[in-house]
Design a binder for this molecule. Sequence first.
Ligand code: PMP
Length: 351
Amino acid sequence: MSKFWSRTAREAKPYIPGEQPNESQIIKLNTNENPYPPSPNTLEAMKEVVNEGLRKYPTPTVDSLKRVIANREGVNSEQVFVGNGSDEVLAFAFQAFFEANEAIKFPSVTYSFYPVYANLYGIPYQAVTLNDDFTIDVEAMKQSIGGVIFPNPNAPTGLALRLYQVEEILQGNPNNVVIVDEAYVEFGAESAVELVEQYPNLLVTKTLSKSHALAGIRVGYAIGQEDLIEGLERIKNSFNSYTINSVSLAGAETALSDDAYYRETLERVINTRVWFKQSLEELGFEVLDSKANFLFVKPTGVEAEWLYLTLKERGFYIRYFDKPEVRGYVRISIGTDEEMERLLNEISNLL
Ligand code: PMP
């Protein structure tokens, strides 16, 4: 803290991301990255820009990437907004659609960036306790003063709402924006994009970080009706009109056109999740029914925090949240079959 800091800087409560160890021998299952590499075409496209295209500014309107996304999502280009990771898309959405004097709602527990943004932009919020089975309380989300945001599937539980439940939340909030954060949707949940045509208050966000193994290039996007997208563009252009760098643009465009490759890696992750969940259950662990690329797990016979710390000492990083609502649980990202076999072996030895 310094005398030079503004009040905004003094009062900011930044998000603390998961640990990012560098040692290559570590098995890193703590930040929900995809264990498989991006497709060869994606890498080629990025290399070409590095070799030829860095001298010029990127296209600020990102038209070409928007067309690829629109085509893929079955909407038109004016219904697409692109940001530097979905974190940035969400930051712009908080500024564009939520008000300082109107409390928004999100579940508790959920993605911990939401309270960080709310705090930064001075938006009051109500964190709505999950149901006893860790599902989102749809009834409570149906009415809000200032808007609603939730991930589907939720993090860190991995549990997904059905589309009719998302629709109930949309119908209950006709005068507020409802943001559905679909960072993990490609791993098995139902996307709300098909509801965009019908609901002017719906904004769906997605990312290439998980499904397309491109967390490093920071590309995410939002789908909504033209009016919402225009609001996001106004905020973006008041901040930095070139948000997406040319290397990321080329990588994202190619990745989103390379469906067969990514469909196969998604299937591999899902298959691994299925057998790994079953194996943990055979050890007596409680495991929620995840539709994401991670599992939310309550160990039996050992404390969650002890398991997290002990595995870390042995080179396996998983996530432990020091919050009363989820005490007793750990979150484990799904890696390759080999990584999960090694982890399972390690866990079995510790019991
Ligand atoms: N939403 C949720 C629920 C997440 O878990 C994450 C990743 N931590 C994000 C959004 C942001 O992802 P990115 O900025 O990499 O697109």
